[in-house]
Design a protein around this ligand. Structure first.
Ligand code: 5GP
Length: 144
């Protein structure tokens, strides 16, 4: 997918936002939605998206919507740190397939990092079951 490809309203995150696809959700407000990554690179890996901006990537979003989603990113990052006590936390975002982007609805990864534990591969492996993700999500929600 090129950097200037048109937004596909049927992408997987649009379906999650619409409630047409299940996800383990963490937080929602008028602008943003946060949910657990189903192929987590570490315990607590989650994603933050803008709910209504039809942006494939960082280049395509209006500044006001970007500001709103970044507020959500900071809120979730704080909750991940408070709720899971990682040693570090990575916030990542990819633009275009050659850069590693696999879902073309702008999103930010919040990935807790634990000393001595290598991060898993990006967007690969088997999906984590909801009953595995849910207790971790509960700790993050409780820290919001
Ligand atoms: P990207 O590669 O576009 O930066 O990140 C997409 C992320 O979405 C990956 O980390 C991948 O594990 C995650 N992902 C892909 N499909 C789904 C899904 O159906 N549900 C959830 N919750 N995450 C997904």
């Amino acid at each position: 997918m090129s950097l200037d490809a048109p937004y596909d309203p049927h992408n997987i995150f649009a379906k999650i936002i619409a409630g047409d696809m299940p996800s383990v959700q963490l937080y929602e407000d008028d602008d943003t939605l946060a949910f657990m990554d189903v192929f987590p690179q570490s315990e607590g890996h989650c994603l933050v998206v803008h709910k209504t901006a039809p942006a494939t990537n960082l280049l395509a979003i209006e500044p006001q919507a970007l500001s709103a989603v970044m507020n959500g990113v900071q809120k979730i990052t704080k909750a991940v740190v408070k709720g899971l006590s990682p040693d570090g936390v990575r916030v990542a975002q990819f633009n275009g397939a050659p850069a590693g982007q696999t879902v073309f609805h702008l999103h930010f990864h919040v990935i807790p990092v634990y000393e001595g534990a290598a991060l898993g591969a990006h967007a690969s492996g088997g999906p984590a079951a909801p009953d595995v993700l849910e207790p971790v999500a509960a700790k993050i929600r409780a820290a919001l």
